[in-house]
Design a protein around this ligand. Structure first.
Ligand SMILES: NC(=O)c1ccc[n+]([C@@H]2O[C@H](COP(=O)([O-])OP(=O)(O)OC[C@H]3O[C@@H](n4cnc5c(N)ncnc54)[C@H](O)[C@@H]3O)[C@@H](O)[C@H]2O)c1
Length: 270
């Protein structure tokens, strides 16, 4: 019988932002595949609620702006489970207020730029630094959540998008330095993904603009991204490192304006 390399039995995975939409779906999927999961989030009670529904799961308070908090998350994981196999850096500075203030560079508040980089880039670096000795010991790996906005230009979210591009380059740097020691590092770049938070906050007219560029019949769901993360985190991806897996329903794969071409060739505007 061929072994299922996507199984995670005996593995220990830390998921930052594990109480959120994509992080929560990933925690549930990794747990279903046999992993012990550490749900690390600034929203501790939501993390605790999720952990209570999963076997061998714990919730840990994490503030990615605090170096000691990040190091404590890794230390607590190893103290609890004796090892670390997967670090999924998924949390980011998000929310309607942040998105509203994060526009183009000319109008950027330095304080917002610094905070975005503190959480998304510095926080990710510190988590990787603290995890690497344990990942070397287990032959484990890192999966970073980035964004389609790190790969294409847009008029929105200059701080967020460039911070995620920095995480892509960090991904490649870690892969290059640590592959020889048996540690892989990859990134998943979701396109617009309908989390509960986004469903509430994103203007419907802009959502429609993204839907029109999607090659599927709907926008992505958190569970779609979780599958990509779980694949990269598993032994099924053992020969993949330093890569960015774009999970955007094909949005960025084609020449823009495809909705009008669709309409034209279906005769609607003939
Ligand atoms: N949803 C999308 O359309 C989309 C698209 C591209 C990329 N992403 C990326 O996916 C990841 C998950 O986003 P999501 O859509 O699930 O958002 P979400 O808001 O549902 O989840 C984010 C989680 O991160 C936590 N968090 C925020 N700041 C933190 C901090 N300082 N310390 C610890 N935890 C903190 C929040 O409490 C929350 O639980 C993010 O990296 C985001 O940039 C999302």
């Amino acid at each position: 019988m061929v072994a299922d390399a996507t199984r995670m039995d005996g593995k220990v995975a830390v998921i930052t932002g594990g109480a959120g939409g994509i992080g929560g779906a990933t925690a549930r999927l990794l747990s279903a595949r046999g992993a012990k999961v550490v749900i690390a989030d600034i929203a501790l009670s939501a993390a605790e609620e999720l952990a209570a529904t999963l076997p061998d799961a714990i919730a840990v308070h994490l503030d990615l702006e605090q170096e000691t908090s990040i190091e404590a998350m890794i230390a607590r994981t190893v103290a609890q489970f004796g090892r670390l196999d997967v670090l999924h850096n998924n949390a980011a500075l998000l929310g309607p207020d942040i998105a509203r203030d994060d526009g183009d560079v000319e109008h950027m508040a330095t304080v917002l730029w610094d905070r975005t980089y503190a959480v998304n880039v510095r926080g990710t670096m510190i988590a990787c630094r603290a995890a690497l000795p344990h990942l070397r010991a287990s032959g484990g790996n890192i999966v970073n959540t980035v964004s389609n906005l790190a790969l294409q230009g847009h008029m929105i979210q200059a701080a967020y998008s460039s911070s995620k591009a920095a995480v892509i380059q960090m991904t490649r740097a870690i892969a290059a330095s640590h592959g020889i020691h048996g540690v892989r590092c990859n990134a998943v770049a979701p396109g617009m993904t309908m989390t509960p938070a986004l469903r509430e906050a994103f203007p419907p007219v802009l959502r429609q603009a993204v839907e029109e560029e999607t090659l599927r019949d709907r926008l992505g769901a958190p569970e779609d991204i979780a599958e990509a993360v779980a694949f990269l985190a598993s032994g099924a991806a053992r020969n993949i490192t330093g890569q960015v897996l774009v999970a955007d329903g094909g949005c960025a794969s084609h020449v823009p304006g495809i909705a009008r071409f669709r309409a034209f060739f279906s005769g609607e505007h003939a």
